[in-house]
Design a protein around this ligand. Structure first.
Ligand SMILES: NC(=O)c1ccc[n+]([C@@H]2O[C@H](COP(=O)([O-])OP(=O)(O)OC[C@H]3O[C@@H](n4cnc5c(N)ncnc54)[C@H](OP(=O)(O)O)[C@@H]3O)[C@@H](O)[C@H]2O)c1
Length: 368
C-alpha cells in the first residue's frame, strides 16, 4: 500500500454526513443506557478505527480513519475485534462484480474474531468478556469487520473455544460455512469417498478437513503437483496428469460427492468420476455460462447443487457454525495464514486476495 492510497483522517467521520448516519441508524439502533459493557468505562463519544468505501471500484476506494463507536441494539452484541478475515467475496463486492452499492457506506469483510465487550437488551449478558468468532457481519448488513469494533446479531458471534486461535476463528466464516454446506448438504459423509477440487484453496481445504472429520475418505485435487501440508486429504491427484484414471484407481466405483471450486473447468472430469446417484456441489466457476455433459450425468442420476453462502438458510448457518466450532476445538481444522496486514494497509491486503497467487488466509490485525 502506498501512502496515496490510504487516507487516515482522525476527525473526518466524527461529523459523518447524512448517508452514514442513515446507514448507522439502520444497524446501530440500540439505546445506549440498556447496553451491558465490559468494565465500567464507556466508549460513548469515542471513535473506532475502521476502513470503508463509499463507492465501488479498485482497492483505492478504501479509506481508513475513525467512525463513531457502534452500539449494540436489541439482540445484538458488540465485538472488540483482533482479526478480520478477507475473502474473495469481499473484494468482489467492493469491485461491484455481482451487486451494486447496497448501502451508502460499507465497512467490508464478514469474518472476524475478538472479545464481546457489550451486549444490547435481550442478548445474553454472560457473554460479555467472552471470545467469539464472527460470521456474516457484512452479509445484508453495511458494517463488517474491517474495524476495531463490530455489532452483529448475537447468533453471528459464536463462542470461540480457548484452544482455538483468533486467526483460525477469523478464518471460519465464509470459507468454513460454505465448505460445511458443500460437504454436508445431503447428510452424513461417513464411509463415503469425497473428491474436493482445488484442495489448496480456502474453502476447499476446510471442505476436505470437514469431510475427513465427518468420516469420509477425501481425494483432493490440485492444478499442479505440489508439496506442503494438505490437511484432511487421504489421496492427492494432479489435474494436469490424467486425473480421471488416478481417481478411478482410488475409487473404482466413482466418488459419492464432489466439492467443486471451478465448475466450468472441471465438470467433464466430475462427470467422468461421479458415482451413480452422486452429488456435485459447486461454489464457484470461471466462465459464467459453463457447459456440461448432460446425458452422461443424467444416466448417472447426478445431482448438481449450486450454493451461495449469503443466502443459506439461517438454520444451515447455525448448524455449520456449531460443527465448525466443534471440529476446531477437536483440533480437526487448520487454516494456514499467508499474511496479516495492519488496518491502514487494507488495500494491499485486498490486492493480495485478488492476485490469486496467495495460498492461505489473508487477515487484518486490529490490535487489542
Ligand atoms: N458460493 C459461495 O458462497 C462462495 C463462498 C466462498 C468463496 N466463493 C468463491 O470461491 C472461489 C474460491 O474461494 P476461496 O476462498 O477458496 O479462494 P482461494 O483460497 O483463493 O482458493 C482458490 C483455489 O481454487 C483453485 N482453483 C482455481 N481454479 C481451479 C481449477 N480450474 N481447478 C482446480 N482448482 C482451481 C486454486 O488452485 P491453485 O492452488 O492451483 O491456484 C486455489 O487453490 C472464489 O471465486 C470465491 O469468490 C464462493
Amino acid at each position: 500500500m502506498t501512502g496515496d492510497r490510504v487516507r487516515f483522517d482522525a476527525h473526518v467521520r466524527m461529523d459523518a454526513g447524512p448517508c452514514y448516519q442513515q446507514a448507522a441508524s439502520a444497524q446501530f439502533s440500540g439505546r445506549f443506557r440498556r447496553v451491558r459493557r465490559l468494565g465500567a468505562r464507556s466508549r460513548q463519544g469515542r471513535g473506532v478505527r475502521a476502513a470503508w468505501y463509499d463507492r465501488q471500484g479498485p482497492s483505492s476506494v478504501l479509506e481508513v480513519g475513525e467512525l463513531p463507536t457502534p452500539e449494540p441494539g436489541e439482540g445484538e452484541v458488540r465485538v472488540r475485534l483482533t482479526r478480520s478475515g478477507i475473502n474473495p467475496g469481499d473484494t468482489k463486492k467492493r469491485e461491484a462484480r455481482f451487486i451494486g452499492m447496497a448501502y451508502p457506506r460499507v465497512i467490508p469483510h464478514s469474518d472476524g474474531a475478538g472479545v464481546i465487550d457489550a451486549v444490547g437488551s435481550g442478548a445474553d449478558t454472560a457473554r460479555v468478556g467472552r471470545r467469539a468468532w464472527v460470521h456474516g457481519a457484512q452479509s445484508y448488513r453495511p458494517f463488517g469487520t474491517a474495524a476495531e469494533y463490530v455489532v452483529v446479531p448475537e447468533a453471528l458471534a459464536v463462542d470461540l473455544p480457548d484452544r482455538v486461535s483468533d486467526e483460525l476463528g477469523a478464518s471460519l466464516g465464509i470459507p468454513g460455512i460454505t465448505a460445511h454446506r458443500a460437504v454436508f448438504q445431503d447428510g452424513s459423509v461417513a464411509g463415503l469417498t469425497v473428491l474436493v477440487q482445488g484442495v489448496r484453496g480456502g474453502v476447499s481445504s476446510l471442505a476436505a478437513q470437514l469431510a475427513t472429520w465427518g468420516g469420509a475418505t477425501v481425494i483432493g485435487s490440485v492444478r499442479h503437483p505440489s508439496t506442503g501440508d494438505l490437511p484432511g486429504v487421504a489421496a492427492l491427484v494432479a489435474l494436469d496428469d490424467d486425473p480421471a484414471a488416478a481417481i478411478r484407481r482410488i475409487a473404482p466405483d466413482g466418488v459419492a460427492r464432489i466439492v467443486e471450486v471451478a465448475f466450468d473447468a472441471n465438470i467433464d472430469l466430475d462427470a467422468a468420476v461421479i458415482a451413480n446417484l452422486g452429488t456435485i456441489t459447486a461454489f464457484a466457476t470461471g466462465a459464467d455460462r459453463p457447459e456440461f455433459p448432460f446425458w452422461p450425468m443424467l444416466f448417472q442420476n447426478t445431482t448438481i447443487h449450486l450454493i451461495g453462502s449469503d443466502d443459506f438458510p439461517p438454520e444451515a448457518k447455525a448448524h455449520a457454525a456449531a460443527d465448525l466450532t466443534a471440529a476446531a476445538e477437536a483440533g480437526a481444522l487448520s487454516a494456514p495464514v499467508a499474511a496479516v496486514y495492519p488496518l491502514d494497509r487494507i488495500a494491499e491486503a485486498h490486492d493480495a486476495v485478488d492476485s490469486g497467487s496467495v495460498h492461505g488466509r489473508v487477515l487484518l490485525d486490529l490490535g487489542a
